[in-house]
Design a protein around this ligand. Structure first.
Ligand code: FES
Length: 166
């Protein structure tokens, strides 16, 4: 008989999962991203209100259709980026988020990476049609690769399902 071993989440993850901050759609957002993880099929949306002149993030919210780790990661991430410039926010990687959460179980690393990937894709979306700043890499980062855009995620998942059915 298969047994399920409960995941050991830190107290911080459990606290933010039960009482997430910054949850919900941001009506006046000027940069958003809706992405999903190929590892689990879960999705997350990030909404940013960015000052066009200073490039400071004034507001940040999220909607997560993911697990406790993803909700906690998105909650702490959206709190951390408020008041930061886009360049400063870009530097937050999944390891920083994991540390801030008191550590994530290894099987949940991708959940933190998904939240960071969503933020980075929203930042890229802000620069779409604008000049790319020097600090913004041309190549997708690890976290962005973990966070596929909705259509790409659906396409990859349906390929996986078809392959499994053969
Ligand atoms: Fe999917 Fe955590 S298992 S985001």
């Amino acid at each position: 008989m298969a047994s399920r071993i409960p995941l050991l989440y830190s107290p911080k993850v459990l606290e933010l999962f039960r009482n997430p901050k910054n949850q919900g759609r941001l009506e006046d957002a000027n940069a958003t991203a809706l992405v999903g993880s190929l590892a689990c099929g879960d999705m997350i949306a990030i909404y940013l209100k960015i000052n066009e002149e200073t490039q400071v993030i004034e507001k940040a919210t999220f909607e997560s259709y993911g697990c406790a780790a993803n909700i906690a990661a998105a909650s702490i991430l959206t709190d951390m980026v408020k008041g930061k410039t886009l360049e400063e926010a870009w530097k937050i990687d999944w390891r920083i988020i994991s540390d801030e959460l008191g550590g994530l179980p290894a099987v949940k690393f991708h959940c933190g990476a998904l939240a960071v990937g969503a933020l980075r894709r929203a930042i890229r979306a802000f620069f779409s049609g604008k000049a790319r700043p020097e600090w913004l890499p041309k190549e997708l980062t690890f976290e962005e690769k973990q966070a596929l855009e909705e259509e790409k995620l659906m396409e990859m998942l349906s390929k996986k399902i078809k392959a499994a059915e053969k």
